[in-house]
Design a binder for this molecule. Structure first.
Ligand code: FMN
Length: 411
């Protein structure tokens, strides 16, 4: 794998030297490209010594970009050669100036020309003064780049070289390397959901008892979020309807935040038309208080009885309106796993159901791991032994992708 690291002209440029080493430790071949300004902060000699390769600093005559550069046919075609042979372009540190140029498609030096010429995935790690970072111009440029699929490794908060404190420090080397590894892994995945729109539900719901209390469950949302991120990695457009969780929405996923079962129902039905695959991984409350007290219920020595009523059955409503959509349900059971899941598959008119045993303590609710059986209308049960929820999400989606008969919808 060949990673190109583009170094921008900021104080954090010296940290790119460590990044080169760490990427090489991972077995990647590293090509360094530096902007003219970057050469003011760290020498190309240092980067060439570390990377073991010639460092590219200019479009013309491979000198620094600038008026003195003389056209040279070797360097003139170099950016095309690099553009076509790299597996990933990492910009670290990315200056505010580079973000603006990339967002607008400028190509007035080697790095920005390479950015336009390559089709390799792009990872951007910005670093700058906090006011530059929070400036609407910078944030708009970031949104444009994100919208095009770039992976942004957000800067960390802390003391900045300019003497101010706030967001703007280059993210840790670990975080940047992890983003590179994840992006390369994702690029190697089959894009078997390209063109599809996947609607995923995740997390628990909260059903109000009074203005300060609610009934909920132990769902962390991890399974649904893993489905959303794996679907995205496989090329799908993803709408994630999520109850309250402590998780950050995966990159590139459209998040619709809800609280109650009723809100989740409304959100799912309003986005259903856009989706041709629906994965219902939320732990929707089955019951809610029949009445929500207007005021906080006072503490009292007498026992308190709260009457509960059923919440809307979202899966049943989807079953009625599903059309040609491929619908996947989840069944969390503590007994008779397969028999109960089979019944739900039939009763709710699903294409696939993922039955997981939540009676254990090391898988299921609130855990990083899960174990499950996938039942579908056409095939033998597929047993998924204990694995991470991320891995399991990938397996579930690959099983679903193999069964989708309807053509990719036009968007
Ligand atoms: C001492 C000094 C430190 C700088 N640090 C940063 C920085 O951390 N982030 C940034 O976006 N710009 C920083 N700049 C401004 C950039 O160097 C300037 O915008 C330059 O044009 C960027 O060029 P490039 O984007 O081609 O690398 C700094 C400038 C100076 C003089």
């Amino acid at each position: 794998m060949r990673v190109c690291i583009g170094v921008g002209g900021g104080i954090a440029a010296y940290k790119s030297a460590e990044l080169v080493r760490r990427l090489q430790d991972r077995g990647y071949e590293v090509q360094v490209v530096m902007t003219r300004a970057a050469c003011q902060f760290i020498t190309p000699l240092t980067m060439a010594s570390l990377s073991g390769r010639k460092v590219i600093t200019g479009l013309f005559n491979n000198g620094s970009d600038g008026p003195a550069g003389e056209a040279n046919i070797d360097s003139a075609i170099e950016h095309i050669a690099v553009a076509q042979t790299i597996d990933l372009l990492l910009i670290a540190p990315a200056t505010a100036d580079l973000l603006a140029k990339m967002a607008r498609g400028h190509a007035d030096d080697f790095l920005t020309t390479l950015h336009l010429a390559t089709q390799a995935p792009l990872v951007i790690a910005p670093a700058m003064n906090v006011n530059m970072w929070t400036h609407p111009a910078t944030q708009e440029n970031l949104a444009i780049l994100k919208g095009r699929g770039a992976r942004i490794v957000d800067p960390a908060e802390g003391y900045l070289a300019c003497g101010m404190t706030g967001a703007g420090r280059l993210a840790s080397t670990d975080a940047i390397v992890a983003a590179v590894v994840e992006t390369l892994d994702a690029a190697a995945l089959p894009k078997n959901l390209q063109g599809h729109t996947v609607l995923v539900t995740a997390g628990p719901t909260q059903e109000d008892v009074d203005p300060v209390r609610y009934i909920t469950n132990r769902s962390s949302g991890r399974m649904g979020y893993a489905i959303a991120s794996e679907a995205r990695r496989r090329g799908a457009h993803v709408v994630l309807v999520s109850g309250p969780t402590a998780l950050a929405a995966p990159d590139g996923v459209e998040l619709v935040a809800v609280r109650s079962a009723e809100e989740m129902r409304d959100a799912v039905l309003s986005h259903l038309d856009r989706a041709n695959i629906v994965v219902m991984a939320a732990a929707v409350a089955d019951y809610r208080p029949a009445r929500r007290a207007e005021q906080k219920i006072k503490k009292n020595a007498a026992p308190l009885t709260i009457e509960l009523e059923s919440t809307p059955d979202i899966l049943r409503e989807i079953a009625a309106r599903r059309g040609e959509r491929f619908v996947v349900g989840f069944a969390a059971e503590t007994e008779n796993l397969v028999a109960n899941a089979k019944r739900k598959l039939e009763a709710k008119n699903l294409d696939m159901i993922v039955a997981n045993d939540v009676s254990g303590t090391d898988t299921g609710f609130d855990s990083e791991f899960n174990a499950a059986v996938i039942l579908s209308r056409d095939g033998e049960p597929v047993e998924l032994r204990r694995m991470t929820k991320q891995e399991m999400a990938g397996r579930i989606l690959d099983e679903a992708a193999a069964r989708i008969r309807t053509p990719v919808p036009a968007r």
